[in-house]
Design a protein around this ligand. Structure first.
Ligand code: CP3
Length: 343
């Protein structure tokens, strides 16, 4: 079995496995060139040939221990009939959903697979092309994070628009969360049937919610998604990433059905090592900013992370996605550093 699957299944490994969020992205010249050939970012996501190509690029170049399907968390909203665009330099732009009529319009789950078919094709192609010891991670956005884009029409620091909607239009908000939960279950089951080995759920904006809201609108729907899917696919490990939820990571670590918790760079590592690692395998934490820095600065930080987490097995990763200004030689350095560790 691959070192990554061994680790996420809780079996002993001799070093941390390593992969990076957004490992296929703009910091790589080969990615930029394939993206140009595809046309737009969405065209790239829906072109299974080219999406396969970019997924494999960081595996070929650096020898990461896992591949992540090239797609985007917002594709499911596009598949539900919301107009989604990616504007160069500005990120995603969507037609916001504001009332019962809008919700009604996007409630037909029957239609999603036709639009998402190319994503399933990418998964199948990747399973043919990936080396046998490199498993494939499928993924989806968590209902809350999807809801923030759906309600606001774009990303927003603090997710205030969606948070106000949650309070002021709670009935509609709950309808949206339930709809997105059901759609995500269907979507992920198809990714698994197509060949995904592990699933990751990204709740990138979970940290914008107050503590009681996190439990109700981040943790609860994610738990429903994971437990429903595990009824059918009990052996698929799940990585859950409730970004920036601070000490509420502790509540996530009490959930049996989550296999790995991905931790951001803001959480105190000593606190993680004491409170989370004894209960859950963790992944992440290196601040992506260090990938833009001098070699010495990066090595110092790598030593700290690996020292602080060494008591229990963990998956090496970043606290958030790689930024376009990351240095390629730094990524190479990190992979080589981690591959020489011996537990
Ligand atoms: O390599 C991988 O990690 C797999 C592919 C992947 C992408 N997005 C490709 C992408 C994954 C897993 C995602 C997840 C995603 N998408 C999240 C959750 C993780 C996170 O970053 O918090 C979110 C919130 C999105 C939504 C999204 N997609 C935004 C806000 C943006 C614009 C911001 C930006 O970085 O430009 C995207 C675009 C996007 N998704 C790019 C990539 C490689 C850049 C697009 C480009 O080529 O111009």
């Amino acid at each position: 079995m691959s070192i990554f699957l061994k680790c996420v299944n809780g079996d002993p490994v001799h070093r941390p496995p390593i992969w990076f969020m957004r490992q296929a992205g703009r910091y790589l010249s080969e990615y930029r060139s394939t993206r140009k050939r595809a046309g737009s970012f969405l065209d790239l996501c829906y072109n299974s040939e080219l999406a396969t190509e970019v997924t494999l690029q960081p595996i070929d170049r650096f020898g990461f221990d896992a591949a992540i399907l090239f797609a985007d968390i917002l594709l499911i909203l596009d598949a539900l009939g919301v107009k989604v665009q990616f504007i160069e330099g500005h990120g995603p732009l969507l037609d916001p959903v504001k009332n019962k009529k809008d919700i009604q319009r996007i409630s037909d789950l029957g239609q999603i697979h036709e639009k998402l078919f190319p994503v399933y094709e990418t998964v199948k192609k990747l399973k043919k092309h990936l080396p046998k010891d490199v498993p494939l991670i499928g993924f989806a956005g968590a209902p809350w994070t999807l809801a923030t884009y759906l309600i606001n029409g774009k990303g927003e620091q603090g997710s205030l628009t969606a948070k106000k909607f949650l309070i002021e239009n709670n009935e509609e908000f709950e309808e949206i969360i339930n709809l997105l939960t059901d759609a995500t279950i269907e979507y992920l089951i198809m990714q698994i049937r197509s060949g995904a080995d592990v699933i990751k759920i990204f709740d990138s904006w979970a940290g914008a919610l107050n503590a009681d809201m996190v439990l109700r609108y981040s943790l609860k729907p994610i738990k429903k998604i994971v437990s429903e899917i595990k009824k059918k696919h009990p052996n698929i490990p799940f990585i859950v990433f409730p970004r920036s939820v601070n000490t509420i990571y502790s509540n996530f670590s009490n959930e049996e059905c989550f296999d790995v918790l991905a931790v951001d760079q803001f959480l105190d590592r000593k606190w993680i090592a004491e409170n989370i690692q004894p209960k859950k395998i963790i992944q992440g934490n290196l601040d992506p900013l260090f990938l833009t820095q001098k070699e010495d600065t990066l090595i110092q930080e790598l030593k700290k992370v690996t020292e602080d987490f060494k008591t229990y097995p963990y998956v090496f990763n970043l606290g958030h996605g790689i930024t376009p200004d990351a240095k390629v030689e730094n990524v190479e350095l990190v992979v080589n550093f981690i591959k020489t560790i011996k537990f």
